[in-house]
Design a protein around this ligand. Structure first.
Ligand SMILES: C[S@@+](CC[C@H](N)C(=O)[O-])C[C@H]1O[C@@H](n2cnc3c(N)ncnc32)[C@H](O)[C@@H]1O
Length: 264
């Protein structure tokens, strides 16, 4: 009889929460990779102490793809058992033990792997290997969505990585109501960037530019934080920053090409 290999990675704190990943869920739900997928199979890797984030992801993506299925993977076996009990009976939602090797039934390849707040507790040097392992399991044209957020999902950042393990974009999504300073995002950057927010690094320049434009846009604050955010992001674009996702700026979200923020 073959021996089942141990999941790749290590268990870490299981902090999670209701609605914590809503901003990422919604971004995934509109992503063409999901909408056009032949097999809309999505993995939520490192779901944590409860079934909540895979359950919410499943609910949000089945609104746009009724045939979407979600597999929650966790490296901690007790969390898998608990999640199975919590989400028992939801069709198209399952849970299994697994790590960065992304084991799936019959080797089925996910079109999206979402890993939020997982690499945060690893070392920066572990990122490339973890990305390569996860991306190696993606379906053709699939993406890895890897990032970090605060406890209640008001400050969220993630990287979209292609199946070739090459990062493409950094997305920032902030709750604009009561936002004082967008530089708060620096505390929640993905692992690949969080230690790079220092002078001489591109991501430092990006955070500083966003902060500067947000403060310059204070003049339009009476029109509301959405208008102020849009004004700030328009200014970034005018300065030549390769920002995108215009239709989502109203949500406090903005994407930028990875090349503009990549570690030096
Ligand atoms: C902080 S929780 C995040 C939970 C959820 N993703 C969220 O953002 O709310 C991180 C979880 O990732 C799990 N984890 C860490 N390394 C992992 C790996 N290599 N594969 C699968 N799960 C892993 C930990 O056991 C922990 O439960």
């Amino acid at each position: 009889m073959g021996v089942t290999p141990s999941p790749v990675g290590r268990p870490t704190r299981g902090t999670t929460g209701v609605n914590r990943l809503r901003r990422v869920d919604r971004w995934i739900a509109r992503h063409p990779v999901l909408r056009r997928a032949e097999d809309p199979f999505v993995v939520d890797l490192g779901f944590g102490a409860s079934a909540v984030t895979p359950t919410e992801l499943h609910a949000r993506i089945t609104r746009v793809r009724a045939d979407a299925t979600v597999l929650g993977l966790e490296i901690d076996p007790e969390r898998v058992t608990r999640a199975r009990e919590q989400a028992a009976g939801v069709a198209g939602l399952d849970f299994a033990l697994g790590g960065f090797e992304v084991p799936t039934p019959r080797g089925r390849r996910p079109v999206i792997i979402r890993a939020m707040n997982v690499l945060r507790q690893y070392d920066e040097a572990d990122v490339a290997d973890a990305w390569a392992r996860m991306c190696g399991r993606l379906a053709h044209g699939g993406i890895l969505v890897e990032g970090t957020c605060d406890e209640i999902g008001r400050v969220v950042t993630w990287v979209e990585v292609g199946a070739d393990a090459v990062p493409r974009t950094l997305t920032v999504s902030l709750r604009l109501a009561a936002l004082e300073d967008p530089a708060i995002l620096a505390e929640r950057l993905p692992k690949a960037l969080i230690h790079r927010n220092v002078p001489g690094e591109r991501v430092h320049d990006y955070v500083a530019a966003l902060q500067r434009e947000w403060h310059r846009a204070a003049a339009v604050a009476p029109f509301g934080p959405v208008h102020r955010w849009r004004t700030a992001v328009e200014s970034l674009a005018a300065e030549g920053w390769p920002v995108h996702g215009r239709s989502r700026w109203r949500l406090g979200e903005v994407g930028v090409d990875w090349s503009a923020v990549a570690p030096a």
